[in-house]
Design a protein around this ligand. Structure first.
Ligand code: FES
Length: 149
């Protein structure tokens, strides 16, 4: 191995070590929040109370054991042609809570006028993506919604 080739390999090895070290430092200083949050299902309502047609807003609370806090959330449960769906009320633009306008059959964001149809799809305004669907689970006539705490 010549001197030039040795130096080339040494530089590549040092660069790889530096990148790995920077990655480890970054992961230590800025751990991913989502990695620490656990998905859990919480009771939402009785199955017979699910809307067959239309939208119902439901408030529920989730307890985080790690942080020892209870977080109150809400969800829109929608019954329609596509069955039962749960949507997060958080607007995908900048995170405001949307409201359901039953007359216009539209989710409307009060912050910048974002609009979503009953399927959560963007129909107006600046939101870049549809409303986030939340998982639903039905067991023994009880409906549970999944979320991360
Ligand atoms: S936060 Fe909803 S439209 Fe901007």
């Amino acid at each position: 191995m010549g001197r030039r080739e040795f130096l080339k390999k040494a530089i590549i090895a040092c660069s790889a070590l530096c990148i790995a070290a920077l990655g480890a430092i970054g992961a230590f200083l800025y751990p991913a929040r989502t990695g620490r949050r656990k998905q859990q299902f919480v009771y939402l309502m009785e199955e017979e109370d699910l809307p067959r047609r239309g939208v119902r807003m439901v408030t529920f609370s989730m307890r985080s054991e790690e942080q020892d806090v209870v977080k109150v959330n809400r969800v829109f449960v929608v019954g329609g042609e596509r069955g039962i769906t749960a949507f997060s009320p958080v607007c995908t633009h900048l995170g405001c809570f949307v409201n359901w306008d039953a007359n216009k059959k539209t989710f409307i964001c009060p912050c910048h006028g974002g609009k979503f149809n009953i399927n959560g799809e963007v129909i107006g305004g600046p939101p870049p993506a549809p409303l986030k669907k939340l998982p639903l689970h039905i067991e023994n006539d009880k409906v549970y919604v999944g979320g991360k705490v």
